[in-house]
Design a protein. Sequence first.
Length: 296
Amino acid sequence: MKAIPTVDGHHHIWRLKDLSWLSGPKVARIFGPYEPICRDYSIDEFRNDAADSNVVKSIYVQTNWPAGQSYDEALWVQSVSDATGWPHANVAYADLAEPDVGQLLRQLKKLPAVRGIRQQLHWHENPQYCFAPRANQMNDADWRRGLSMLAELDLLFELQIFTSQMMDGANLARSYPETTFVLEHAGMLEDTSVTGRQRWRAGMMALAECKNVSVKLSGLGTFDHAYRFETIAPIIMEAVAIFGAERCLYGSNFPIEKLWTDYTTLYRTFRKAIQPLTESQQLSILHDTATRLYKI
């Protein structure tokens, strides 16, 4: 396998004391039991995990610190980046429906590592999979007012939705053509029945029609609680066929995926899945797309 410089487009580092969602009562979650990662996960541990995978840069994605502490989280990530050189970019959190969100966004923009915002919008009938208060939060006028500020500040938006929300997601992307959207986790395919895949594929095609949408090939073991070639390869190859390699990027989703695999195995399985693609396409997915989107 030829070495290709790789950008990890999606990982998390955290301090346990600041993560109420992780350190609180052990409620059932989308990724199953998570006691093994109920601890600090440092940038040093991440770099050690990724040491054999030719990762040259990385992008941190917010981890839902307690309400009102999103700037504190971004400030802490910046301090880690300043001290170690890693991560190279940060996707911070903001509640875009808040009346004074513009002030927070301007504060975040001043931090050198901040490149975008993630507010998780994924809603599902299964409460273990559900994060947003309702399926159509992205259609609220107040929320869209906040989203409209991102393009002016040159901040992208990470779009985390399920198949049932994809048509609304495509409408959102069409409504804000100057905003860059990155679809999380290849669209979170959780219904792998024939009908489920058909619906996912139709939603992915609708999103791909919006040229301001790219897709992150991350979190692919979430619903299996395993990172298997036979599961992840079809998702990756279909996403690449729909979006084109130049709009796809690799992400490890570590340490969540550390619940069922190690980084080297995940990376090598991912590389095996994209082996049928040309070297240029592989380079786009592993390096160039993330470098362009996150300006690193």
